[in-house]
Write a protein that binds this ligand. Structure first.
Ligand code: ATP
Ligand code: MG
Length: 436
């Protein structure tokens, strides 16, 4: 085993005070039971760079079964790579056992991969476990491969990660192209982590980003759904989005949108997408709720518009053209990036409500405002108006009407009929009390 660089406590800034109580509990319980226990990954990286970590991951030489026996609140997850989740209310500490490089045999790979012994699942799994150094080398970026050891609070560096932390540089461990091919999601992780932390991508790590985007077409769509949200639903999402396009990594994820952005309505489409990402990021910073449905409504809108125009050019009336376009775009998109029904349903509602903003007569506005998806659809209308796709006057009208005290609409939550009846029954008593 090569000698790691060991950085003693006095020579690095990570203090136990920066580590969550739950992570410390897990680390100490493992250590006290005689196991090696380290903080690893994004938590160590973020603390070294002065950023508050999103979560803390623990790595240990205890097997998942041993971890499971040590914690009442542990649960084993994963089919091939077993991990333990130690649960404290809503907080989960992920505990993984040191293991050797098995990249390329994750998830859906077949069992006859050359690097695996071909016998039985049990032999396969026993061979997964490895030394702490092997565990470091199978990780993606050097800054993600640092171990904070709870035994003496030192950092163990097998991959020259500290030098890259100091240089604020993102560098893949090993040969970059090989590592990207092993797992193309690393292409997206490179952009996400660099943007999030303001790191420079080291040239040899950066160069393949321009070349290898098509590899993303082979990544399971469900995994890409998570990664797309992680990269775009963040305060720096717009920067990340622009970088993805710069490297040619957006097209493989959203081929029809990318094609539409090159077309006639591309400029407006781009503005809608960037503003949707920016609004989402702003809401995250403000602690307000966000939903992938709204983001995806924007991400796919240029493709929907282009497809609807194509249908109309063939002579289809506007309404069915739009409906058909939506179905087509979603069907093609989920081949690349999955979109769960609980998000695609409200996304379609946001789209389908758009033409109704043109109906401003009689009871139509009140009816639209009482729709459960009105607020999101209105926010989407604002994006479209900002991009020049709808008149500013139309958006302003809908803004004003919501602010008018005598607006013809009931609050969005309650359908008008039910609300009126209730007021009739209970309102009387309320008013009497007010009077008296
Ligand atoms: P963050 O939690 O801020 O999103 P992270 O680096 O912690 O960033 P996780 O997905 O939590 O990301 O992964 C934890 C660690 O697991 C990483 O730091 C890295 O060491 C390792 N890892 C994650 N994904 C990969 C991958 N695709 N290839 C190799 N190692 C990975
Ligand atoms: Mg993490």
């Amino acid at each position: 085993m090569a000698q790691p660089r060991i950085i003693p406590r006095a020579e690095h800034p990570i203090s136990r005070r920066d580590i969550s109580e739950n992570a410390l509990k897990v680390l100490y319980r493992l250590k006290d039971a005689g196991y090696r226990a380290c903080l690893v990954g994004g938590g160590v990286r973020d603390l070294l760079l002065g950023v508050e970590p999103k979560d803390f991951d623990v790595a240990t030489d205890a097997s998942p079964e041993e971890v499971n026996e040590l914690f009442r609140n542990a649960r084993l997850i994963g089919r091939r790579f077993r991990l333990a989740h130690v649960r404290f209310g809503r907080d989960i500490i992920e505990v993984s056992t040191f293991r050797a490089d098995l990249s390329g045999v994750d998830d859906d790979e077949t069992d006859d991969d050359a690097r695996l012994l071909d016998d039985s699942g049990r032999i396969l799994r026993d061979n997964v476990y490895g030394s702490i150094e092997e565990d470091a080398r199978r990780r993606d970026f050097t800054v993600n491969g640092l171990y904070y050891d709870i035994a003496d609070f030192s950092i163990h560096d097998f991959v020259d990660g500290m030098a890259d932390v100091d240089a604020r540089q993102l560098r893949l461990i090993g040969d970059p192209e090989t590592r990207y091919r092993e797992d193309p999601v690393r292409l997206l992780r490179a952009v996400r982590i660099a943007v999030k932390l303001g790191l420079e991508i080291e040239p040899a790590t950066e160069a393949p980003l321009y070349e290898l985007g098509e590899l993303l077409a082979d990544v399971p769509p469900a995994r890409l759904f998570d990664e797309v949200l992680k990269v775009l639903m963040t305060p720096d999402g717009v920067t990340a989005f622009r970088k993805l396009r710069h490297y040619g990594l957006f097209g493989p994820l959203f081929p029809e949108t990318e094609a539409a952005l090159a077309g006639a309505a591309g400029e407006a489409g781009l503005q809608i997408i960037e503003n949707a990402i920016a609004n989402t990021g702003k809401r995250i910073v403000e602690g307000r709720p966000v939903t992938p449905a709204f983001l995806y409504a924007a991400l796919l809108w240029p493709a929907v518009r282009a497809a609807a125009e194509a249908r109309e050019a063939e002579g289809m009336p506007a309404a069915p053209a739009l409906a058909t376009a939506q179905r087509e775009v979603i069907a093609a998109q989920v081949q690349r990036v999955m979109l769960p029904k609980r998000f695609s349903v409200p996304m379609r509602e946001i789209w389908q409500l758009q033409p109704r903003f043109h109906k401003r007569r009689g009871k139509q506005p009140a009816r639209l405002m009482s729709h459960p998806r009105f607020r999101a659809a209105y926010d989407f209308l604002l994006l479209r108006a900002e991009a020049g796709e709808e008149p500013a006057e139309l958006a302003q009208w809908w803004t004003d009407i919501q602010e008018q005290p005598g607006a013809p609409a009931p609050p969005p939550a309650a359908p008008s009929g039910r609300r009126r009846r209730r007021r009739g029954r209970r309102g009387g008593r309320g008013r009497k009390r007010d009077d008296g």
